[in-house]
Design a protein around this ligand. Sequence first.
Ligand code: SAM
Length: 283
Amino acid sequence: MLYVVATPIGNLEDLSPRAARILCEVAFVAAEDTRRTATLLRHVGSNAAMLVADEHHEQRAAQKIAQHLAAGNSVALVSDAGTPAISDPGGRIVAAIRAEGYRVVAVPGACAAAAALSIAGLTHAGGGWIFAGFLPTKTQERLRVLADWKARAGDDLALVFYEAPHRIDAALAALAEVFGAEREILIARELTKIFEQSVRLPLGEAVAWLNADPNHARGEFVLVVYPPADQAPFATKLDDNAEKVVHVLVDAGLPTKQVAQIAQQLTGAPRDLLYQRALDLKA
Ligand code: SAM
């Protein structure tokens, strides 16, 4: 069968034990860049033979993979970093192999988009998002495509973009122009690497943030545009007023449930937080 294997996006520890085992067990590894993948194969102790599967050779790679599968060998498909077929070659190979009736199996792992989404703290109803990948390099085309994504996402979906360091300033300026200064964005750079950084800010402040430190423009980027409908985050602690009200009601000897009920009516703070605080004070 064909295994589609995710590889790390920076931190080698993110290669799963299953991915390492499969890279050792298969006879062939189809790789976007064989030199880069050779380092990974050495790291896991794999002696698999490699074949080129970059974006210019997907058809030839699919033919070769089909031949290996027909001969009874398993094959792993990898890209340079992250999950194959996500802004990377692989999609057309998988389609061709599927069409020939072979089994295609996912070996999931690192993906920059999923990593950024996991730390974005999206709270909008449904949690939906659109993966928009890379933006066009030409200014007018970029603005047109962005306007298109904005319309498709509407008010309910987040948008995820990939961006390279030499275009990050142009991308942030274009995003601010299309979505407006108020719309919030997560800028996630160098995920899983030593200088990993992620900030959430309004698009109107994004270019200034970028220019505030030359390091901010370095590395690889995922940009998550929050939907306007993103809700306020959960409170994790009570403000001073709610704290005081809970104290007074607990001191007055009211049962915990009633403390939470009355304190919520008086302060509007979340009932579960009030309840927990009353329990803690009584303990
Ligand atoms: N297939 C990969 C995946 O699963 O995420 C994406 C490959 S795409 C050619 C490369 C782009 O992914 C980079 O330009 C950047 O936008 C994003 N990317 C990859 N690694 C990243 C990282 N460590 N931190 C932030 N973004 C990253």
